[in-house]
Ligand binder design. Structure first.
Ligand SMILES: Cc1cc2nc3c(=O)[nH]c(=O)nc-3n(C[C@H](O)[C@H](O)[C@H](O)COP(=O)(O)OP(=O)(O)OC[C@H]3O[C@@H](n4cnc5c(N)ncnc54)[C@H](O)[C@@H]3O)c2cc1C
Length: 415
Protein backbone atom coordinates (compact mmCIF):
# COMPACT_ATOMS: atom_id res chain seq x y z
CA UNK A 1 0.00 0.00 0.00
CA UNK A 2 1.00 3.63 -0.46
CA UNK A 3 3.26 3.95 2.55
CA UNK A 4 2.93 7.73 2.64
CA UNK A 5 -0.78 7.53 3.39
CA UNK A 6 -0.63 5.44 6.52
CA UNK A 7 -2.52 6.73 9.47
CA UNK A 8 -0.82 6.75 12.84
CA UNK A 9 -2.89 6.31 15.96
CA UNK A 10 -3.54 9.58 17.78
CA UNK A 11 -2.27 7.82 20.91
CA UNK A 12 1.16 7.21 19.42
CA UNK A 13 2.70 4.82 16.93
CA UNK A 14 1.05 1.45 16.33
CA UNK A 15 2.79 -1.63 17.77
CA UNK A 16 5.56 -3.02 15.62
CA UNK A 17 4.97 -6.32 13.89
CA UNK A 18 6.44 -9.28 15.70
CA UNK A 19 5.54 -11.42 18.69
CA UNK A 20 1.88 -11.13 19.73
CA UNK A 21 1.29 -8.56 22.43
CA UNK A 22 -1.71 -6.99 24.11
CA UNK A 23 -3.11 -3.97 22.23
CA UNK A 24 -1.49 -0.80 23.54
CA UNK A 25 -4.61 1.30 22.97
CA UNK A 26 -8.33 0.53 23.01
CA UNK A 27 -10.27 -0.95 20.11
CA UNK A 28 -12.45 1.55 18.20
CA UNK A 29 -15.90 2.31 19.56
CA UNK A 30 -18.15 1.90 16.49
CA UNK A 31 -21.20 3.17 18.38
CA UNK A 32 -19.67 6.62 18.91
CA UNK A 33 -22.18 8.61 16.83
CA UNK A 34 -20.85 11.98 18.03
CA UNK A 35 -17.45 11.37 16.43
CA UNK A 36 -19.02 9.65 13.39
CA UNK A 37 -21.30 12.52 12.39
CA UNK A 38 -19.28 15.50 13.67
CA UNK A 39 -18.95 16.83 10.09
CA UNK A 40 -22.75 16.99 9.53
CA UNK A 41 -25.12 19.78 10.62
CA UNK A 42 -28.52 18.88 12.11
CA UNK A 43 -30.15 19.67 8.75
CA UNK A 44 -27.74 17.45 6.80
CA UNK A 45 -28.22 14.64 9.27
CA UNK A 46 -32.00 14.88 9.03
CA UNK A 47 -31.76 14.87 5.21
CA UNK A 48 -29.67 11.66 5.30
CA UNK A 49 -32.17 10.16 7.76
CA UNK A 50 -35.09 10.90 5.41
CA UNK A 51 -33.21 9.26 2.50
CA UNK A 52 -32.39 6.04 4.39
CA UNK A 53 -35.91 5.92 5.76
CA UNK A 54 -37.29 6.11 2.19
CA UNK A 55 -34.86 3.46 0.93
CA UNK A 56 -35.85 1.12 3.77
CA UNK A 57 -39.30 0.73 2.20
CA UNK A 58 -38.41 -1.84 -0.45
CA UNK A 59 -41.45 -1.36 -2.72
CA UNK A 60 -40.99 2.43 -2.76
CA UNK A 61 -37.25 2.15 -3.24
CA UNK A 62 -37.74 -0.25 -6.15
CA UNK A 63 -40.38 1.97 -7.76
CA UNK A 64 -38.37 5.18 -7.36
CA UNK A 65 -35.11 3.69 -8.63
CA UNK A 66 -36.87 2.38 -11.76
CA UNK A 67 -38.64 5.71 -12.27
CA UNK A 68 -35.46 7.70 -11.58
CA UNK A 69 -33.35 5.64 -14.02
CA UNK A 70 -35.98 5.92 -16.73
CA UNK A 71 -36.49 9.63 -16.22
CA UNK A 72 -32.77 10.47 -16.24
CA UNK A 73 -32.11 8.30 -19.31
CA UNK A 74 -34.90 10.05 -21.19
CA UNK A 75 -33.66 13.40 -19.92
CA UNK A 76 -36.98 14.39 -18.35
CA UNK A 77 -36.85 17.87 -16.88
CA UNK A 78 -36.04 17.91 -13.14
CA UNK A 79 -35.20 14.15 -13.11
CA UNK A 80 -31.45 14.74 -12.97
CA UNK A 81 -31.94 17.52 -10.44
CA UNK A 82 -34.07 15.20 -8.27
CA UNK A 83 -31.54 12.34 -8.30
CA UNK A 84 -28.60 14.67 -7.75
CA UNK A 85 -30.16 16.25 -4.66
CA UNK A 86 -31.10 13.00 -2.97
CA UNK A 87 -29.45 9.62 -3.45
CA UNK A 88 -26.56 10.96 -5.59
CA UNK A 89 -25.53 13.49 -2.95
CA UNK A 90 -25.36 10.73 -0.34
CA UNK A 91 -23.39 8.11 -2.30
CA UNK A 92 -21.36 9.89 -5.02
CA UNK A 93 -18.23 12.05 -4.66
CA UNK A 94 -18.93 14.37 -7.63
CA UNK A 95 -19.50 14.46 -11.37
CA UNK A 96 -15.76 14.49 -12.08
CA UNK A 97 -12.43 14.05 -10.29
CA UNK A 98 -12.20 17.81 -9.87
CA UNK A 99 -15.69 18.04 -8.35
CA UNK A 100 -14.87 15.19 -5.97
CA UNK A 101 -11.81 17.01 -4.53
CA UNK A 102 -13.65 18.74 -1.63
CA UNK A 103 -15.04 15.35 -0.48
CA UNK A 104 -11.59 13.75 -0.84
CA UNK A 105 -10.08 16.53 1.29
CA UNK A 106 -12.82 16.34 3.91
CA UNK A 107 -12.16 12.61 4.36
CA UNK A 108 -8.40 13.04 4.44
CA UNK A 109 -8.65 15.57 7.28
CA UNK A 110 -10.05 12.68 9.34
CA UNK A 111 -7.30 10.25 8.34
CA UNK A 112 -9.35 8.47 5.64
CA UNK A 113 -7.98 7.93 2.13
CA UNK A 114 -10.10 7.70 -1.02
CA UNK A 115 -10.28 4.87 -3.53
CA UNK A 116 -11.43 6.48 -6.78
CA UNK A 117 -14.08 4.58 -8.74
CA UNK A 118 -15.29 6.13 -12.01
CA UNK A 119 -18.90 5.03 -12.21
CA UNK A 120 -19.24 3.91 -15.83
CA UNK A 121 -20.71 0.43 -16.22
CA UNK A 122 -21.23 -2.10 -19.03
CA UNK A 123 -20.13 -0.22 -22.14
CA UNK A 124 -20.27 -1.64 -25.65
CA UNK A 125 -18.20 0.54 -28.03
CA UNK A 126 -14.43 0.75 -28.45
CA UNK A 127 -14.59 4.53 -27.94
CA UNK A 128 -16.40 4.04 -24.62
CA UNK A 129 -13.81 1.47 -23.47
CA UNK A 130 -10.97 3.86 -24.33
CA UNK A 131 -12.73 6.74 -22.55
CA UNK A 132 -13.16 4.60 -19.42
CA UNK A 133 -9.48 3.63 -19.52
CA UNK A 134 -8.53 7.31 -19.87
CA UNK A 135 -10.64 8.22 -16.82
CA UNK A 136 -8.77 5.62 -14.74
CA UNK A 137 -5.42 6.87 -16.05
CA UNK A 138 -6.40 10.40 -14.97
CA UNK A 139 -7.36 9.16 -11.50
CA UNK A 140 -4.10 7.20 -11.21
CA UNK A 141 -2.17 10.34 -12.09
CA UNK A 142 -3.99 12.33 -9.41
CA UNK A 143 -3.44 9.55 -6.86
CA UNK A 144 0.27 9.72 -7.47
CA UNK A 145 0.31 13.39 -6.44
CA UNK A 146 -1.69 13.37 -3.18
CA UNK A 147 -1.70 11.24 -0.07
CA UNK A 148 -5.48 11.72 0.12
CA UNK A 149 -6.04 9.24 -2.74
CA UNK A 150 -4.21 5.95 -2.64
CA UNK A 151 -5.89 3.74 -5.18
CA UNK A 152 -8.19 3.45 -8.18
CA UNK A 153 -10.81 0.95 -9.32
CA UNK A 154 -11.37 -0.80 -12.62
CA UNK A 155 -14.54 -2.56 -13.70
CA UNK A 156 -13.72 -4.97 -16.50
CA UNK A 157 -17.19 -4.54 -18.08
CA UNK A 158 -16.15 -0.89 -18.60
CA UNK A 159 -13.16 -2.02 -20.70
CA UNK A 160 -14.59 -4.97 -22.66
CA UNK A 161 -17.78 -6.02 -24.44
CA UNK A 162 -20.01 -8.27 -22.35
CA UNK A 163 -20.33 -10.94 -25.06
CA UNK A 164 -16.56 -11.38 -25.13
CA UNK A 165 -16.30 -11.68 -21.35
CA UNK A 166 -18.98 -14.36 -21.49
CA UNK A 167 -17.25 -16.11 -24.39
CA UNK A 168 -14.00 -16.49 -22.44
CA UNK A 169 -15.72 -17.45 -19.17
CA UNK A 170 -14.55 -20.97 -18.34
CA UNK A 171 -12.00 -21.00 -21.20
CA UNK A 172 -8.26 -20.67 -20.72
CA UNK A 173 -7.04 -17.33 -22.04
CA UNK A 174 -3.73 -17.48 -23.93
CA UNK A 175 -2.09 -14.21 -22.94
CA UNK A 176 0.93 -14.70 -25.19
CA UNK A 177 -1.29 -15.08 -28.24
CA UNK A 178 -4.94 -14.08 -27.63
CA UNK A 179 -7.13 -15.49 -30.40
CA UNK A 180 -9.30 -12.40 -30.76
CA UNK A 181 -8.11 -8.90 -31.78
CA UNK A 182 -10.84 -7.18 -29.71
CA UNK A 183 -9.78 -9.14 -26.65
CA UNK A 184 -6.14 -8.22 -27.31
CA UNK A 185 -7.17 -4.57 -26.97
CA UNK A 186 -8.98 -5.36 -23.70
CA UNK A 187 -5.77 -6.87 -22.26
CA UNK A 188 -3.79 -3.84 -23.49
CA UNK A 189 -6.18 -1.38 -21.81
CA UNK A 190 -6.09 -3.30 -18.54
CA UNK A 191 -2.32 -3.53 -18.70
CA UNK A 192 -2.10 0.25 -19.24
CA UNK A 193 -4.12 1.05 -16.12
CA UNK A 194 -2.23 -1.50 -13.99
CA UNK A 195 1.09 -0.14 -15.20
CA UNK A 196 -0.05 3.42 -14.35
CA UNK A 197 -0.98 2.25 -10.83
CA UNK A 198 2.40 0.60 -10.45
CA UNK A 199 4.26 3.73 -11.62
CA UNK A 200 2.18 6.04 -9.38
CA UNK A 201 2.92 3.81 -6.37
CA UNK A 202 -0.77 3.17 -5.72
CA UNK A 203 -3.08 0.13 -5.83
CA UNK A 204 -5.68 -0.83 -8.41
CA UNK A 205 -8.77 -2.82 -7.39
CA UNK A 206 -10.42 -5.01 -10.01
CA UNK A 207 -14.12 -5.18 -9.11
CA UNK A 208 -15.99 -8.48 -9.05
CA UNK A 209 -19.09 -8.69 -11.23
CA UNK A 210 -21.71 -11.26 -12.28
CA UNK A 211 -20.63 -14.91 -12.25
CA UNK A 212 -21.05 -15.24 -16.02
CA UNK A 213 -18.19 -12.74 -16.49
CA UNK A 214 -16.19 -13.53 -13.37
CA UNK A 215 -14.18 -16.48 -14.74
CA UNK A 216 -12.71 -14.19 -17.41
CA UNK A 217 -12.16 -11.37 -14.90
CA UNK A 218 -10.32 -13.76 -12.55
CA UNK A 219 -7.94 -14.86 -15.30
CA UNK A 220 -7.24 -11.25 -16.29
CA UNK A 221 -6.62 -10.34 -12.63
CA UNK A 222 -4.25 -13.29 -12.10
CA UNK A 223 -2.24 -12.30 -15.16
CA UNK A 224 -1.98 -8.65 -14.01
CA UNK A 225 -0.92 -9.74 -10.51
CA UNK A 226 1.75 -11.94 -12.09
CA UNK A 227 2.99 -8.91 -14.06
CA UNK A 228 2.80 -6.21 -11.36
CA UNK A 229 2.76 -7.80 -7.89
CA UNK A 230 6.31 -9.10 -7.80
CA UNK A 231 7.45 -6.55 -5.19
CA UNK A 232 4.20 -5.26 -3.68
CA UNK A 233 0.45 -5.75 -4.00
CA UNK A 234 -0.33 -3.32 -6.84
CA UNK A 235 -3.26 -5.26 -8.34
CA UNK A 236 -6.05 -6.63 -6.13
CA UNK A 237 -8.76 -8.97 -7.40
CA UNK A 238 -12.16 -9.18 -5.67
CA UNK A 239 -13.60 -12.24 -3.90
CA UNK A 240 -17.39 -12.35 -3.40
CA UNK A 241 -17.94 -14.54 -0.37
CA UNK A 242 -21.70 -14.78 -1.05
CA UNK A 243 -20.59 -17.40 -3.58
CA UNK A 244 -20.18 -20.83 -2.04
CA UNK A 245 -16.98 -21.57 -4.00
CA UNK A 246 -14.97 -18.41 -3.25
CA UNK A 247 -13.23 -19.32 0.00
CA UNK A 248 -11.66 -22.31 -1.74
CA UNK A 249 -10.92 -20.14 -4.75
CA UNK A 250 -9.13 -17.62 -2.51
CA UNK A 251 -6.89 -20.39 -1.16
CA UNK A 252 -6.13 -21.63 -4.69
CA UNK A 253 -5.33 -18.08 -5.80
CA UNK A 254 -2.89 -17.84 -2.89
CA UNK A 255 -1.22 -21.12 -3.96
CA UNK A 256 -0.94 -19.83 -7.54
CA UNK A 257 0.61 -16.58 -6.29
CA UNK A 258 3.11 -18.50 -4.17
CA UNK A 259 4.04 -20.73 -7.11
CA UNK A 260 4.33 -17.66 -9.40
CA UNK A 261 6.42 -15.70 -6.87
CA UNK A 262 4.07 -12.74 -6.53
CA UNK A 263 1.97 -11.16 -3.77
CA UNK A 264 -1.71 -12.05 -3.84
CA UNK A 265 -3.87 -8.93 -3.83
CA UNK A 266 -7.44 -9.43 -2.68
CA UNK A 267 -10.47 -7.38 -1.82
CA UNK A 268 -12.99 -9.32 0.25
CA UNK A 269 -16.67 -8.44 -0.25
CA UNK A 270 -19.91 -10.31 0.31
CA UNK A 271 -21.30 -9.44 -3.13
CA UNK A 272 -23.74 -7.07 -4.77
CA UNK A 273 -25.56 -9.10 -7.46
CA UNK A 274 -27.48 -11.63 -5.37
CA UNK A 275 -30.91 -10.93 -6.87
CA UNK A 276 -29.60 -11.02 -10.46
CA UNK A 277 -27.64 -14.24 -9.84
CA UNK A 278 -30.68 -16.04 -8.43
CA UNK A 279 -32.90 -14.91 -11.31
CA UNK A 280 -30.46 -15.95 -14.01
CA UNK A 281 -29.79 -19.34 -12.39
CA UNK A 282 -33.51 -20.01 -12.16
CA UNK A 283 -34.16 -18.97 -15.76
CA UNK A 284 -31.14 -20.92 -17.02
CA UNK A 285 -31.98 -24.00 -14.95
CA UNK A 286 -28.52 -24.27 -13.35
CA UNK A 287 -27.60 -24.33 -9.63
CA UNK A 288 -27.16 -20.90 -8.10
CA UNK A 289 -23.57 -19.95 -7.21
CA UNK A 290 -24.88 -18.14 -4.09
CA UNK A 291 -24.56 -19.57 -0.59
CA UNK A 292 -27.61 -21.39 0.83
CA UNK A 293 -28.21 -18.69 3.46
CA UNK A 294 -26.78 -15.49 4.90
CA UNK A 295 -25.11 -17.32 7.81
CA UNK A 296 -23.00 -19.30 5.32
CA UNK A 297 -21.98 -16.01 3.64
CA UNK A 298 -20.98 -14.49 6.99
CA UNK A 299 -19.04 -17.64 7.97
CA UNK A 300 -17.04 -17.75 4.71
CA UNK A 301 -16.45 -14.01 4.77
CA UNK A 302 -15.01 -14.10 8.27
CA UNK A 303 -12.95 -17.20 7.46
CA UNK A 304 -11.51 -15.32 4.46
CA UNK A 305 -10.54 -12.37 6.69
CA UNK A 306 -8.77 -14.76 9.09
CA UNK A 307 -7.07 -16.53 6.17
CA UNK A 308 -5.65 -13.26 4.84
CA UNK A 309 -4.39 -12.24 8.30
CA UNK A 310 -2.81 -15.70 8.71
CA UNK A 311 -0.81 -15.06 5.51
CA UNK A 312 -0.37 -11.30 5.84
CA UNK A 313 3.19 -11.26 4.51
CA UNK A 314 2.11 -13.01 1.29
CA UNK A 315 -1.36 -11.50 0.88
CA UNK A 316 -2.24 -7.82 0.61
CA UNK A 317 -5.94 -7.39 1.34
CA UNK A 318 -8.82 -5.02 1.78
CA UNK A 319 -11.84 -5.80 3.93
CA UNK A 320 -14.70 -4.15 1.98
CA UNK A 321 -17.66 -4.40 4.30
CA UNK A 322 -20.26 -2.55 6.33
CA UNK A 323 -20.73 -5.50 8.63
CA UNK A 324 -19.56 -4.45 12.08
CA UNK A 325 -18.79 -8.01 13.22
CA UNK A 326 -16.45 -8.58 10.26
CA UNK A 327 -14.70 -5.25 10.76
CA UNK A 328 -14.36 -5.95 14.47
CA UNK A 329 -12.89 -9.34 13.62
CA UNK A 330 -10.20 -7.60 11.56
CA UNK A 331 -9.30 -5.14 14.32
CA UNK A 332 -9.29 -7.72 17.12
CA UNK A 333 -7.39 -10.27 15.12
CA UNK A 334 -4.64 -7.81 14.11
CA UNK A 335 -4.28 -6.61 17.71
CA UNK A 336 -4.37 -10.10 19.22
CA UNK A 337 -1.53 -11.24 16.98
CA UNK A 338 0.52 -8.10 17.61
CA UNK A 339 0.39 -7.05 13.95
CA UNK A 340 0.73 -3.30 13.40
CA UNK A 341 -2.66 -1.67 12.93
CA UNK A 342 -1.31 0.16 9.89
CA UNK A 343 0.39 -2.89 8.38
CA UNK A 344 0.73 -2.04 4.67
CA UNK A 345 -1.05 -5.27 3.68
CA UNK A 346 -4.25 -4.71 5.70
CA UNK A 347 -6.88 -2.10 4.90
CA UNK A 348 -10.58 -1.65 5.50
CA UNK A 349 -13.03 0.32 3.34
CA UNK A 350 -16.69 1.24 3.18
CA UNK A 351 -18.65 2.80 0.34
CA UNK A 352 -19.01 6.59 0.42
CA UNK A 353 -22.23 7.46 2.23
CA UNK A 354 -22.37 4.26 4.26
CA UNK A 355 -21.12 3.15 7.68
CA UNK A 356 -19.17 6.28 8.58
CA UNK A 357 -19.11 4.92 12.15
CA UNK A 358 -16.73 2.19 10.95
CA UNK A 359 -14.60 4.30 8.61
CA UNK A 360 -13.91 7.25 10.91
CA UNK A 361 -13.46 5.27 14.11
CA UNK A 362 -11.06 2.87 12.36
CA UNK A 363 -8.97 5.80 11.13
CA UNK A 364 -8.98 7.38 14.60
CA UNK A 365 -7.83 4.04 16.02
CA UNK A 366 -4.80 3.93 13.72
CA UNK A 367 -6.01 1.32 11.18
CA UNK A 368 -5.68 1.86 7.41
CA UNK A 369 -9.14 3.15 6.57
CA UNK A 370 -10.60 4.20 3.21
CA UNK A 371 -13.77 5.14 1.38
CA UNK A 372 -14.64 3.67 -2.00
CA UNK A 373 -15.61 6.86 -3.81
CA UNK A 374 -17.76 6.53 -6.90
CA UNK A 375 -17.79 9.64 -9.08
CA UNK A 376 -19.16 10.52 -12.52
CA UNK A 377 -22.12 12.11 -14.29
CA UNK A 378 -25.59 11.31 -12.93
CA UNK A 379 -26.67 9.16 -15.91
CA UNK A 380 -23.44 7.08 -15.71
CA UNK A 381 -23.69 6.21 -12.02
CA UNK A 382 -27.39 5.27 -12.04
CA UNK A 383 -26.89 1.46 -12.03
CA UNK A 384 -24.60 1.89 -9.01
CA UNK A 385 -27.23 4.02 -7.23
CA UNK A 386 -29.90 1.42 -7.93
CA UNK A 387 -27.69 -1.23 -6.27
CA UNK A 388 -27.22 1.03 -3.23
CA UNK A 389 -30.98 1.52 -2.99
CA UNK A 390 -31.53 -2.25 -3.18
CA UNK A 391 -28.82 -2.91 -0.57
CA UNK A 392 -30.45 -0.57 1.92
CA UNK A 393 -33.84 -2.26 1.83
CA UNK A 394 -34.79 -5.11 4.13
CA UNK A 395 -34.09 -7.69 1.39
CA UNK A 396 -30.29 -7.90 1.59
CA UNK A 397 -28.64 -5.72 4.21
CA UNK A 398 -29.07 -5.41 7.93
CA UNK A 399 -32.24 -3.35 7.74
CA UNK A 400 -32.07 0.16 9.10
CA UNK A 401 -28.39 0.01 10.13
CA UNK A 402 -27.63 3.51 8.81
CA UNK A 403 -30.95 4.93 9.95
CA UNK A 404 -30.50 3.65 13.48
CA UNK A 405 -27.16 5.44 13.83
CA UNK A 406 -28.57 8.71 12.48
CA UNK A 407 -31.54 8.60 14.85
CA UNK A 408 -29.24 7.88 17.80
CA UNK A 409 -27.13 10.91 16.97
CA UNK A 410 -30.14 13.23 16.52
CA UNK A 411 -31.45 12.04 19.88
CA UNK A 412 -28.03 12.63 21.49
CA UNK A 413 -27.84 16.19 20.08
CA UNK A 414 -31.31 16.99 21.40
CA UNK A 415 -30.59 15.79 24.93
C1 LIG B 1 -15.08 -1.20 -0.45
C2 LIG B 1 -16.14 -2.03 -1.09
C3 LIG B 1 -15.94 -2.55 -2.36
C4 LIG B 1 -16.91 -3.34 -2.96
N1 LIG B 1 -16.68 -3.93 -4.18
C5 LIG B 1 -17.56 -4.84 -4.68
C6 LIG B 1 -17.30 -5.57 -5.86
O1 LIG B 1 -16.24 -5.40 -6.50
N2 LIG B 1 -18.21 -6.48 -6.28
C7 LIG B 1 -19.39 -6.71 -5.59
O2 LIG B 1 -20.18 -7.59 -5.99
N3 LIG B 1 -19.68 -6.00 -4.49
C8 LIG B 1 -18.81 -5.07 -4.03
N4 LIG B 1 -19.09 -4.37 -2.89
C9 LIG B 1 -20.47 -4.34 -2.40
C10 LIG B 1 -20.66 -5.35 -1.39
O3 LIG B 1 -20.79 -6.57 -2.06
C11 LIG B 1 -21.91 -5.04 -0.60
O4 LIG B 1 -21.71 -3.79 -0.02
C12 LIG B 1 -22.01 -6.09 0.44
O5 LIG B 1 -22.52 -7.26 -0.13
C13 LIG B 1 -22.80 -5.73 1.63
O6 LIG B 1 -22.35 -6.65 2.61
P1 LIG B 1 -21.57 -6.24 3.90
O7 LIG B 1 -20.26 -6.92 3.92
O8 LIG B 1 -21.55 -4.79 4.04
O9 LIG B 1 -22.42 -7.00 5.06
P2 LIG B 1 -23.98 -7.21 5.36
O10 LIG B 1 -24.74 -5.96 4.97
O11 LIG B 1 -24.05 -7.67 6.74
O12 LIG B 1 -24.39 -8.39 4.42
C14 LIG B 1 -25.34 -8.29 3.40
C15 LIG B 1 -24.83 -9.15 2.26
O13 LIG B 1 -24.92 -10.54 2.64
C16 LIG B 1 -25.23 -11.30 1.49
N5 LIG B 1 -26.52 -11.97 1.71
C17 LIG B 1 -27.69 -11.40 2.10
N6 LIG B 1 -28.69 -12.32 2.18
C18 LIG B 1 -28.13 -13.50 1.83
C19 LIG B 1 -28.66 -14.82 1.68
N7 LIG B 1 -29.94 -15.09 1.92
N8 LIG B 1 -27.82 -15.79 1.28
C20 LIG B 1 -26.53 -15.54 1.04
N9 LIG B 1 -25.97 -14.31 1.15
C21 LIG B 1 -26.75 -13.30 1.53
C22 LIG B 1 -25.33 -10.33 0.31
O14 LIG B 1 -24.07 -10.27 -0.32
C23 LIG B 1 -25.66 -9.01 0.99
O15 LIG B 1 -25.25 -7.90 0.23
C24 LIG B 1 -18.13 -3.58 -2.28
C25 LIG B 1 -18.34 -3.04 -1.00
C26 LIG B 1 -17.37 -2.29 -0.40
C27 LIG B 1 -17.61 -1.76 0.97
Amino acid sequence: MNQASHVESPDGPAPAQGAPEAPSHPLPDFSDTEKTFSHLSDGELKGAGRLFSLMGKSWLSHFLSKLGSWAVRWRLPFAEWGVRNTIYRQFVGGTSLKNALPTIERLHKRGVTSIMDYGAEAKESEEDFDRFRDEILKAAKLSGTTEAVDSVVVKITGLAPNHLLEKFNGRTIRFDEPDDPVFTRVIERLDQVCQAASESNIEIYIDAEESWFQGTIDQLADEMMRRYNQKRGVVLNTYQLYRHDRLEFLKRSHERAQAGGYILGCKLVRGAYMVKEAKRAEEGGYPTPIQPNIEATHADYNAAVEYCIDHIEEVSFLVGSHNEASVRLLTESLDRRGIARNHPHARCAQLLGMSDNLTFNLAAGGYNSSKYMVYGPVAEVLPYLVRRAQENTSVTGEMGRELRMIKDELRRRRS
